[in-house]
Design a protein around this ligand. Structure first.
Ligand SMILES: Nc1ncnc2c1ncn2[C@@H]1O[C@H](COP(=O)(O)OP(=O)(O)OP(=O)(O)O)[C@@H](O)[C@H]1O
Ligand SMILES: NC(=O)c1ccc[n+]([C@@H]2O[C@H](COP(=O)(O)O)[C@@H](O)[C@H]2O)c1
Length: 528
């Protein structure tokens, strides 16, 4: 089934007229587009971020070599219409050399040790994956000035937007829809971390003993007999309706449930890496579908959220409108996943503050958004592919009695999609920032909702980037009908200058910032 792009203002520009190059300031034209040409026969989430600079495969499964096989095996979804062979990616691979020598970008530096990564062999990366990233000695370490210019450069991009391709269609055999899911044990500590898809014989990195994952099944059982009004939120038809969202400020029930069932309290600690017991928040997760002919969708936004603003909240609403319009998915919940303190980005407040600010932001403004503190509380940086896999595991388990309950008693898996701004997507083209296997997981197995940023040309970038283009039917571009470019960077700057930040972010978050004296110092490149 193929979807025709919408007509009207959101119609796609005529392709030949588009400037086919990356608008990303830090990357040369076409960077990344030719970098990811060979795919492993097994895509593993065990790879350290430090491997990405190699650009050859990035996966660390000990049992396979990077170039060993022409087959493309991504666990789970392959978009309809997508070629089964990636031979076409092989053209132009020689352009890689120039990319790999380009200067280190801000994004690379955030991921840790990029310079070392470029010279690190696959064999040595296992140890690198567990090492805490250190601040690179590089003149381009971002300063607050860099941060401001980084933010403002986003404002010069052009506007376009539409649904780029066809959303995934369920297989006839029900692989996507209506798949039976059996009970499993979710999230044992050993099964979490960075190593979710390693083959059994592969060396296992150390588990994260400080993280104890409470099983979703436990939550499900606790949830089932709920006699309270919370049922309205979880199962009622109107949980995602706009008018109910408007009442969220007055709705204490959801907040009570958040406090009781989810929330970061107890898990997040002030010191990075010291996490307590983890509970996956589900208090606003819909368990039953209103329309079972659709695909149940959970939207996940990964980012810094330092601090979360109304723009970050609006992103979800924009995505919701697009999803409702597409009539293919039914939104079951939305999650923020704030990045941990190990991400090297200027202005990053400590993770426990950012998680709490996100919680405050959604508690008082939304009936369908939640905050998952798992990523933020991890003892090392987690790549986005790993984070999405974590959501998949929490929501769908491996064989568990999780997923969405259908009227006939069967269970269907939640589809997880990444929600991101156009600038983040354009960083896919920056050498050394994303690995090809990770991009295939993010775009192929999961999928992306891309909110265009003022001044960005996501469309042109989608055309230029091979992996994005390959998975285009699993990518939805969302047009901003009312431009919103509220910038966390500028909010931080306003705080430091003693200026008002009211109406840029929820009052509860403003209060939290002041109470905790956040953002009074100039942005630093690395926060712990
Ligand atoms: N104006 C915007 N339009 C569309 N998406 C945005 C906009 N601002 C942020 N985003 C998206 O929000 C998500 C989280 O952003 P994140 O907090 O990491 O960065 P940021 O909002 O740009 O903050 P900072 O100013 O600190 O860089 C990312 O996917 C980013 O692309
Ligand atoms: N390789 C990766 O998985 C990768 C690379 C760059 C950014 N990211 C993620 O993107 C999000 C936003 O990053 P920025 O704030 O730098 O735009 C963060 O959650 C970060 O973890 C992931």
């Amino acid at each position: 089934m193929s979807k025709t792009p919408k007509s009207g203002p959101g119609i796609a520009p005529v392709l030949p007229a588009m400037g086919v190059h990356s608008y990303h300031n830090d990357s040369p034209p076409f960077s990344g587009a030719t970098e990811y040409l060979v795919e492993p026969d097994l895509i593993s989430l065990g790879a350290s971020q430090s491997n990405v600079q190699n650009g050859d495969s990035g996966h660390l499964s000990a049992s396979t070599s990077a170039h060993a096989t022409p087959h493309f095996v991504v666990r789970g979804y392959t978009p309809p219409g997508a070629g089964s062979s990636l031979e076409d990616y092989a053209n132009g691979s020689s352009e890689n050399a120039a990319d790999s020598e380009s200067p280190m970008s801000l994004a690379q530096m955030r991921l840790g040790n990029p310079a070392a990564a470029s010279q690190t062999s696959l064999q040595s990366q296992d140890s690198a994956s567990t090492a805490r990233p250190t601040r690179p000695e590089n003149p381009r370490v971002p300063t607050s000035q860099d941060d401001v210019s980084l933010s403002s450069m986003r404002s010069r991009r052009l506007l376009s937007g539409y649904i780029f391709g066809t959303p995934p269609v369920p297989n006839d055999d029900g692989q996507e829809r209506g798949k039976e899911i059996t009970r499993n044990e979710l999230g044992s500590p050993a099964s979490k971390g960075n190593n979710l898809d390693l083959p059994h014989d592969a060396p296992q990195p150390p588990s994260t003993p400080s993280t104890v994952v409470s099983g979703l099944e436990e939550e499900v059982e606790a949830e089932q007999p709920s006699p309270s009004a919370e049922v309205d939120l979880l199962e009622g038809d109107d949980a995602l309706m706009g008018f109910l969202d408007g009442e969220a400020d007055a709705d204490d029930r959801a907040r009570a449930v958040q406090a009781e069932r989810g929330g970061s309290e107890g898990y997040m600690r002030k010191e990075p890496g010291e996490a307590g017991e983890y509970r996956f928040p589900i208090h606003r997760l819909k368990r039953k579908m209103k329309d079972e002919s659709k695909i149940p969708l959970v939207i996940v936004a990964c980012g810094s959220f330092s601090p979360p603003t109304y723009l970050h909240l609006r992103m979800f609403e924009m995505a919701k409108d697009e999803i409702v319009e597409s009539q293919t998915y039914e939104i079951m919940a939305g999650y923020y996943s704030p990045v941990s303190s190990y991400y090297k980005k200027a202005g990053l407040a400590p993770a426990h503050h950012r998680v709490r600010m996100c919680e405050l932001a959604v508690e008082h403004t939304s009936t369908w958004l939640m905050v998952d503190p798992w990523e933020a509380g991890q003892p090392e940086y987690q790549r986005t592919a790993v984070v999405l896999d974590h959501f998949d595991e929490m929501l769908n388990g491996k064989d568990g009695e999780s997923g969405v309950e259908m009227r006939n008693g069967s269970r269907r898996k939640y589809k997880v999609m990444l929600l991101a701004g156009g600038d983040l997507i354009e960083s896919f083209g920056e050498p050394g920032v994303w690995s090809a296997p990770d991009l295939h997981i993010i775009l192929g197995r999961f999928g992306c909702l891309i909110v265009e940023r003022a001044g960005s040309d996501v469309w042109a970038f989608l055309l230029s980037h091979d992996i994005l283009y390959h998975h285009r039917r699993n990518v939805i571009v969302i047009k901003q009908l009312i431009y919103n470019d509220i910038s966390s960077t500028k909010v931080r700057l306003f705080v430091r200058r003693g200026m008002s930040i009211k109406y840029l972010l929820p009052n509860s978050v403003i209060q939290y910032i002041h109470q905790n004296k956040l953002y009074l110092e100039p942005d630093k490149a690395v926060n712990k």
